[in-house]
Design a protein around this ligand. Structure first.
Ligand code: KG4
Ligand code: ZN
Length: 310
């Protein structure tokens, strides 16, 4: 990445084939694959960008949150690179990375609200400026992507289930009424575990339920809550910019619903292209650049943090 905006290469080594065999991420399996792949991936990223190690001015790495084994491999590799090349090391929060994926398309405009929806997070974040994050709301149980993956499993769809449910939902109608967890009146928190349980009950009780209709009903319930809480967060903070981030931003129903509501409310909506929605290193480099410019570098004693606060 050059100058915090220009993407020179973005190499993704997906482990999805491996996780699919186990129906989800097995931490030990994920960490082992990281060790096996990381050196070759680093080299490929440099090659595709047409640069050498000595050309780099800094190295950014995800410090957390996440599975500590996988994080440690990235942190160790980044420290080695930083030491070998004599360049600064920058520690990035995974959610900051997801938000900064948008920076690769067009500069972020502050203040903004970001709806971060991934397999591990469902959060509403207020950003008054670069590198400043205030959490307005979060999930109290399952993340949105996690709910997608669990419901997909109930429907017998492969992991990760989000894209499969999204596709199936387009073939069905939202004929089943499923619960929406609005929580307390002013709350910007989320809850998806009740919805997942309701889908489980529905499938058990109605053996002839059409899976496409179940998927459409589930998707409608998730999307409605995500959309309305995001709009409420924008109104409460008085911003005019809503930034979507995380793997679930690839969801077609969510994109459509947010586009419609934002147009109605006069809110500018930004959604990253699908390849930058799901986990990737370019977003970490983008977020890392702004931390570097802010002088926020890390020492070689940097450690991975499974529960790193934003
Ligand atoms: O951000 P991400 O790549 O990884 C995490 O940080 O968790 O998000 C992965 C999540 C998975 O739960 C996956 O099912 C979900 O994003 N996802 C989707 C779609 N594409 C990916 N969920 C709903 N609809 C999609 N089209
Ligand atoms: Zn992610």
């Amino acid at each position: 990445m050059a100058d915090g905006r220009e993407l020179l290469s973005n190499v993704i080594s997906s482990q999805m084939d491996l996780h699919r065999r186990f129906g989800g991420v097995v931490p030990e399996v994920a960490s082992r694959r990281h060790v096996e792949r990381i050196t070759a991936i680093l080299q490929e990223a440099l090659d595709r960008a047409g640069v050498r190690l000595g050309d780099l001015s800094a190295v950014a790495v995800t410090q957390g949150p996440g599975l500590v084994g996988a994080l440690l491999i990235g942190v160790s590799a980044a420290k080695a690179l930083s030491f070998a090349a004599g360049i600064p090391l920058v520690a990035v929060h995974h959610i900051a990375g997801h938000i900064y994926a948008n920076q690769l398309v067009e500069p972020l405009r502050f203040p903004l609200v970001s709806l971060v929806v991934s397999g591990g997070h469902t959060e509403l974040i207020y950003m008054p400026a670069h590198n400043r994050f205030e959490r307005l709301g979060k999930t109290r149980d399952d993340a949105a992507g996690e709910a997608y993956d669990k419901v997909a499993r109930l429907l017998g769809l492969p992991y990760p289930g989000g894209p499969h449910i999204d596709r199936l939902a387009r073939e069905g109608k939202p004929v089943y009424s499923l619960p929406r967890a609005w929580l307390d009146r002013d709350s910007l928190d989320f809850s998806f575990s009740g919805l997942k349980t309701a889908v489980g009950n529905l499938i058990r009780q109605e053996e002839k339920a059409n899976p496409a209709d179940v998927a459409a009903s589930f998707q409608e319930a998730v999307v409605e809550v995500l959309t309305e809480k995001a709009i409420a967060a924008v109104k409460r903070t008085g911003v005019t910019e809503l930034v979507l981030a995380g793997g679930v931003s690839a969801n077609s129903g969510l994109r459509e619903s947010l586009a419609k509501r934002c147009a109605e409310e006069g809110i500018r909506l930004r959604i990253p292209p699908p390849v930058l929605c799901t986990d990737n290193a370019a977003m970490i480099a983008a977020a890392g650049t702004y931390r570097l410019w802010d002088g926020q570098t890390a020492g070689l004693d940097l450690n991975a943090a499974a529960n790193l606060p934003l």
